[in-house]
Design a protein around this ligand. Structure first.
Ligand code: PDD
Length: 283
């Protein structure tokens, strides 16, 4: 059976869905998105993702009033059901829509374009997690509206690919000598025996996984500090992990080939992994 997707109110076989070349998402990257994991055929934290989508729409001025959120919610569940997704992800993208001519000014733009589709999900095995991953440090040369989950991801794409070329899982980004986030993840460090993660600002995404992890760790009486973290503190950290909806806790054991702590996955990281895994399994 051909996989189905949802576009502007209707369901289509995925290779039959079409959008106009005049869509501002195509011409300008003028859109916002969410990626939601599906575990055991259930969307994980869909409400939180839709809330953040509303924030991204507000921050970009894409007219939220023209978007039917309950239809999007239903489309997510319908796609999981018709495509029989078990462990998968759902991608939602909303662009400002189609216009007659290519122009920066958007006041003549019509209805936003709404796309919901499935994405394959590849979870790391426990042995991969126990082995840990390599990262590199890169300058955060992205724009300073990284709190918007925008489809304009060219800088993130370039940063991630340059890390991949060096055989690293993630590029850990530094702006003004401070940690912001990864190219596609948030970052936690264990430093001076305290788990720290950058405090929220316009320089990083308010990660759904980040926020849940902070809440779960605190419920487990593990202190978490949301604060500034210098590049030196990253490099001398006892432990580091990255978090995202695609991979909730990914241990980092080297940065630019320098060992983090013992160079092995640490206890706090494994605790965070387990706490999150238990939560997912009980969801
Ligand atoms: N990205 N920061 C950036 C720059 C990201 O791209 C992501 C996730 C995160 C983590 O956010 P969350 O926990 O809400 O997934 C942080 C997704 C998965 C993506 O672009 O595919």
């Amino acid at each position: 059976m051909q996989e189905k997707l949802y576009l502007n109110g209707s369901f289509f076989p995925s290779d039959e869905a079409k959008i106009s070349v005049m869509d501002r998402g195509f011409l300008f990257g003028d859109g916002v998105y969410e990626l939601i994991p599906v575990y055991k055929s259930k969307p994980f934290l869909l409400g939180q993702h839709l809330d953040r989508l509303r924030v991204s729409l507000d921050l970009t001025g894409i007219n939220k009033e023209l978007i039917n959120f309950s239809k999007i919610n239903d489309a997510v569940n319908e796609l999981i059901s018709v495509n029989q997704y078990k462990e998968h992800s759902i991608y939602i993208q909303i662009t400002r829509g189609v216009e007659k001519i290519r122009q920066h000014i958007f006041d003549k733009c019509g209805e936003p374009t709404v796309l919901v589709m499935g994405q394959p999900y590849k979870k790391y095995s426990v042995s991969e997690i126990e082995q840990g991953f390599k990262a590199c440090i890169q300058d955060d040369y992205r724009w300073t509206k990284a709190n918007i989950k925008s489809t304009s991801l060219l800088a993130n794409v370039m940063l991630k690919n340059s890390a991949t070329k060096m055989n690293k899982y993630e590029a850990i980004l530094i702006r003004d000598n401070k940690l912001t986030e990864g190219s596609a993840s948030n970052v936690f460090v264990l430093s001076q025996d305290v788990i720290k993660t950058p405090k929220l600002s316009n320089k990083l995404l308010s990660g759904v996984t980040r926020n849940l992890l902070i809440e779960l760790l605190r419920q487990n009486t593990i202190e978490v500090s949301e604060c500034d973290i210098s590049k030196e503190e990253v490099l001398s950290a006892q432990e580091i992990w990255c978090s995202s909806s695609t991979n909730p806790v990914v241990p980092i054991v080297t940065i630019d080939d320098i060992s983090i702590g013992s160079g092995k996955v640490g206890k706090f990281t494994l605790d965070a992994y387990k706490i999150m895994d238990d939560y997912i399994n009980q969801y």
